[in-house]
Design a protein around this ligand. Structure first.
Ligand SMILES: Nc1ncnc2c1ncn2[C@@H]1O[C@H](COP(=O)(O)OP(=O)(O)OP(=O)(O)O)[C@@H](O)[C@H]1O
Length: 710
């Protein structure tokens, strides 16, 4: 029997900012399919024994999160050691939420029976975070320095650029691909494990002529990373995959875990599947959960084949349990979403149904332009709030971050608080990168990208001096570079000595988080020279210091921050306090796994969804269709799809006014219109609507007005 859930449903946990929890717990307990997934292969008291492989195909809103949490809790309650359970999720937020739920279910069980105590999950997080941990633990065995630092995408782009320069590819007569493109190609090749020629042919045909040069560049890039002891995001998976591909080490690392559970399996890539198979070759102990209709990360190398091919990877094949009851949406909302996904080229593996009767059909709302769209959204959100629906329970979703610009202005103008997900990331802000560069360089003096940035923060020091200093530091045996003696211009010497003293102090006896505060103090003194708007930026640095204080040490802080950064800076919407009310704005990608009572989708027009940058081939278009499906299935009761008749083209210089006339998204062709109510907003002027009698009244009134001035 799974652990009892009845009581846990009445308990609440702190919410991640902006999100309603996808579910507290299933109030009605588990349904038969959920129960089957929870109990598969677990006998009472035998929880430590790995069960045969299990695939849970879980439709949108079918209680996947809940089911997975119950399976983990059930394993523990049946005797599994929580320290030997590995739980892999798509985001840290999802891992935290899962941990909380498991704890809740277990503490309820502990209150009612013996043997099931409160148990923290020691190994839960994203693939990247767990990879980083395992690599540090086993660094010595694979020739890696355990003090390696991790580069985020922007750092990786900088290093790629540096190397591109060094190998002479930036000075080609014909234009060689930009750093961002090089990195995207590199990353696609690593994550899909496909040969470079194939990656170029399918994803980057305009770069095919550069195959040999790109190979040379990537070799040099890999060498540079190794010399500097830095890993990029892809390396965390790549090194992990290669580490477990060694049969001895693979068995040893796989042996650390009796149970491996993976959420959102549809969005994993080849490397991630290879890691799992190498750790658990016979599939015993492996549970994966996902929905093939919600696969939206192919552009990052994820492949829906992972989930489709999972059962046959084992002999006998994995058991499949399908969750088809959607608890989230009313029937009209689910019918419309089902109709959209039913037009997909590939038939999906389940038929979702909902028992939630009533509710109105989703609306297709025609508005004139972006300005009306913003006004409509704000009016509706406020009207619903008047009716008692908190803003937090309403979300506005869009395909690209820039689509919400006009709405953000309108919200600000009308003083409506909001939080945005999926926009500019905290870590991408220049001042945050500055402070972290200093910290990273202190952590790993061979990290050239960080060092290069950190050194140039000093007054009077430019790229040339920075390059020279870095050259000396990297050439000296580890720990022997005397910073204070480095050749810097005379005018910069005093500042340099203070900086060197700071770094020496950090290296010799690290104290956390006091060290970080020292860096912040040093940096804050530089800020007025570096940024005009330094006072605004200082608030972010203080925010960063607060986050730092919650990490146990420097290394953990850097790793976690690089892998799962907080999302908002002073550069965008201010983050209201958790107990305040605010409207949620989110890209469709960032809305994954969440739900709201009312959802509005912006710009449901061709060119936005599907995005005109993702219509190169049918696979991309299909992914866009699934993205709209994900957006629509976030709604519980109310769903509005807004279709501006005219919208401005983005990326124009200044506030350009080039606009195009858009058509409703191709994913909602005429034959689906029966699933929607169609309205125009603002409502047409009285002369064009209502009964002939009411129209007559309007005309009469107008005549009276004129008569006043006769
Ligand atoms: N057995 C159940 N009885 C009643 N409600 C349930 C049950 N299982 C799940 N729910 C409810 O269904 C909703 C969706 O659950 P959950 O968020 O876990 O779904 P999901 O499968 O992760 O969705 P998605 O993949 O679309 O993000 C939640 O509000 C949850 O409380």
């Amino acid at each position: 029997m799974p652990v009892d859930t009845a009581l846990s449903s009445s308990m609440h946990s702190p919410l991640p900012p902006g999100a309603e929890p996808a579910s507290a717990a299933a109030p009605g307990g588990l349904n038969p399919a959920q129960r089957e997934a929870v109990e598969h292969g677990i006998d009472a008291g035998q929880g430590a024994r790995p069960a045969p492989p299990l695939l849970v195909i879980a439709g949108a809103g079918s209680g996947k999160t809940n089911t997975l949490a119950h399976r983990v809790a059930h394993l523990i309650a049946s005797g599994a050691d929580p320290g030997r359970i590995l739980l892999l999720t798509f985001s840290r937020r999802a891992a935290d939420e899962m941990g909380r739920r498991v704890g809740r279910i277990l503490s309820q069980a502990a209150a009612s029976r013996h043997g099931a105590g409160q148990a923290g999950l020691h190994w839960s997080g994203t693939f990247h975070a767990i990879g980083a941990r395992l690599l540090r633990d086993h660094a010595g065995r694979i020739g890696l320095d355990p003090g390696f630092t991790i580069h985020d995408r922007e750092d990786s782009g900088d290093l790629m650029n540096l190397v591109r320069h060094e190998v002479g590819l930036s000075a080609q007569q014909r234009r060689f691909p930009q750093k961002g493109t090089c990195l995207a190609i590199y990353s696609a090749a690593v994550n899909t494990r496909a040969p470079l020629a194939e990656v170029l042919r399918t994803g980057f045909p305009w770069c095919a002529e550069w195959e040999d040069e790109l190979k040379r560049l990537f070799r040099a890039y890999v060498e540079a990373k190794q010399a500097q002891q830095v890993l990029d995001y892809d390396d965390l998976l790549l090194y992990w995959a290669q580490m477990v591909a060694e049969p001895g080490l693979g068995a040893e690392i796989g042996g650390l875990f009796d149970h491996v559970l993976v959420d959102e399996y549809q969005d994993t890539n080849h490397l991630q599947a290879a890691i799992l198979l190498a750790m658990k070759p016979d599939g015993r102990g492996l549970t994966v959960v996902g929905d093939d209709a919600q696969s939206i990360y192919a552009f990052r190398g994820a492949t829906v084949r992972n989930i489709l091919d999972f059962p046959a990877a084992f002999a006998p094949p994995a058991r499949i349990v399908t969750l088809e009851q959607n608890y989230r949406s009313t029937r009209p909302v689910l019918d419309a979403a089902n109709a959209v996904i039913a037009l997909a080229a590939e038939r999906f593996t389940k038929n979702l149904w909902s028992a939630r009767d009533g509710g109105r059909r989703p609306r297709i709302v025609s508005v004139r332009d972006d300005a009306d769209q913003a006004a409509f959204i704000v009016d509706m959100a406020l009207a619903r709030r008047e009716e008692g629906l908190r803003l937090k329970r309403q979300a506005v979703l869009f395909r690209a971050s820039a689509h919400s610009m006009r709405l953000e202005l309108e919200l600000t103008r009308r003083n409506v608080p909001f939080v945005k997900f999926g926009g500019l990331r905290f870590l991408e802000a220049a001042h945050v990168k500055d402070v972290l560069a200093v910290l990273r360089w202190a952590e790993n003096p061979r990290d050239r990208v960080s060092g290069f940035r950190a050194i140039q923060l000093l007054a009077g020091i430019g790229p040339k001096t920075a390059g020279r200093v870095l050259g000396n530091v990297c050439a000296a045996p580890a720990g022997c570079a005397l910073l204070a003696e480095q050749p810097v211009p005379e005018a910069a010497r005093a500042g340099w000595l203070a900086f060197a003293a700071l770094l020496d102090g950090l290296g010799k006896s690290p104290r956390w988080p006091a060290d970080f505060e020292r860096i912040c103090r040093w940096y804050e003194a530089q800020m007025p020279r570096l940024y005009d708007d330094f006072t605004v930026r200082q608030a972010d640095i203080q925010q960063l210091a607060r986050i730092a204080a919650t990490s146990p040490d420097r290394q953990r802080f850097l790793t976690e921050l690089t892998l799962d950064p907080p999302s908002a800076t002073s550069g965008e919407a201010a983050m209201p306090l958790l107990d305040e009310d605010y409207l949620v704005l989110s890209t469709m990608h960032s809305a994954k796994g969440q739900e709201w009572d009312a959802v509005s989708v912006l710009n449901v027009v061709d060119g936005c969804i599907p995005s005109d940058i993702a219509t190169r081939n049918s696979a991309e278009i299909e992914e866009e269709r699934r993205l709209l499906y994900v957006a629509m299935t976030r709604a519980k009761d109310v769903l509005d799809l807004v279709v501006p008749q005219r919208f401005y083209v983005t990326q124009q210089a200044g506030m350009g006014d080039r606009h195009v006339y858009g058509g409703r998204s191709r994913f909602i062709p005429n034959r689906l219109l029966g699933h929607f109510e169609q309205i125009s907003w603002p409502p047409p002027p009285p002369g064009q609507q209502g009964s002939p009698a009411s129209r007559q009244a309007a005309i009469d009134l107008a005549a009276k007005m004129r008569d006043m001035w006769r």
